[in-house]
Design a binder for this molecule. Structure first.
Ligand SMILES: NC(=O)c1ccc[n+]([C@@H]2O[C@H](COP(=O)([O-])OP(=O)(O)OC[C@H]3O[C@@H](n4cnc5c(N)ncnc54)[C@H](OP(=O)(O)O)[C@@H]3O)[C@@H](O)[C@H]2O)c1
Length: 261
């Protein structure tokens, strides 16, 4: 059986997804930027699923070189799918290796490039699931906002735009490659290190807000359902999977972003 790649497998939801797939007998490639953290997760999964078929590979989404060397390591191997789970929400403006803003690079440009480079290796019917976020519903996007300047950057604003860009690009992918099952998943708000804002109010949110967030186990359920999908262009959230809203499907950004990556 061909493997499924889980990016960010060292993170909260990535780890749960990798373990669940392994329990179902699916071979999993754990794609991690830090091999030490990845190895720990691999050992944890093997401790509860001793016959799990796992592979650990380095994937750094902060640079095109990092993506290309990951793809190189997998060259020629058939793949059953990818869960583009890795993501970040930089607090401050910073540039990634290729000179683009970092949140946009890690959340949109590099997952899109990674997926595009792997397309020839996906088996017919392969599942491609891109992790988006509720925040995209409160976001708007113009092409020039894909490379925000320091003045235009905002931690949550840029994060929301990066996930909206990923949604548009996912739509284009589904339309150009009907032989694959291409969907997005939204975990709600999940208790992970990502929602730690590194601000003075963190202890207050721990008391008043964290108890109402989803666990990583619950947050990743829509993605696991999307990894079993039989069709494309659905927005997996909670227990539902409605078609992606027409306002996104009809946007000119769908083709514009496709041409860009
Ligand atoms: N938490 C939420 O409320 C929430 C809500 C909506 C959507 N999401 C999305 O869900 C996904 C998983 O997030 P999470 O909540 O599970 O957070 P998390 O625990 O912080 O996991 C994020 C994962 O992404 C990896 N990552 C970050 N930057 C990377 C890079 N440059 N290259 C490769 N991997 C990188 C991290 O690696 P390290 O382990 O090395 O740090 C980690 O494995 C993300 O796409 C996030 O945007 C989260």
């Amino acid at each position: 059986m061909a493997p499924i790649i889980v990016t960010g497998a060292s993170g909260s939801m990535g780890k749960v997804a990798a373990r669940q797939l392994a329990q179902e007998g699916v071979p999993v490639i754990l794609a991690c930027r830090n091999l030490e953290r990845g190895r720990k997760v691999m050992d944890e999964i093997l401790a509860c699923v001793p016959d799990a078929q796992l592979e650990l590979l380095l994937l750094d989404l902060e640079s095109e070189a990092g993506v290309r060397s990951f793809v190189q390591a997998l060259q020629g191997r058939p793949l059953a799918g990818i869960f583009n789970n890795a993501g970040t929400m930089c607090r401050r403006f910073s540039l990634a290796a290729d000179g683009r803003e970092k949140t946009m690079t890690v959340n949109f440009f590099m997952p899109a490039l990674l997926t595009r480079l792997l397309l020839p290796q996906f088996e017919p019917g392969a599942r491609i699931v891109n992790m988006v976020s509720l925040s995209l519903k409160y976001s708007t996007l113009r092409l020039e906002e894909l490379s925000p300047s320091e003045k235009d950057f905002g931690q949550i604003r840029t994060y929301g735009k990066s996930k909206l860009a990923l949604l548009y690009w996912t739509i284009a992918l589904a339309e150009h490659y009907p032989q694959f099952r291409v969907n997005v998943s939204d975990p709600g708000i999940v208790d992970s290190k990502m929602i730690r804002m590194d601000r003075w109010f963190d202890p207050l949110t721990d008391i008043f807000f964290r108890p109402f967030t989803n666990s990583p186990q619950k947050g990743v359920r829509p993605a696991l359902a999307a990894l079993r999908a039989e069709d494309s262009l659905r927005y997996y959230v909670g227990k539902r999977s409605p078609k992606i809203a027409a306002k996104y499907l009809r946007s000119p950004l769908v083709e514009q972003l496709w041409d860009l990556v």
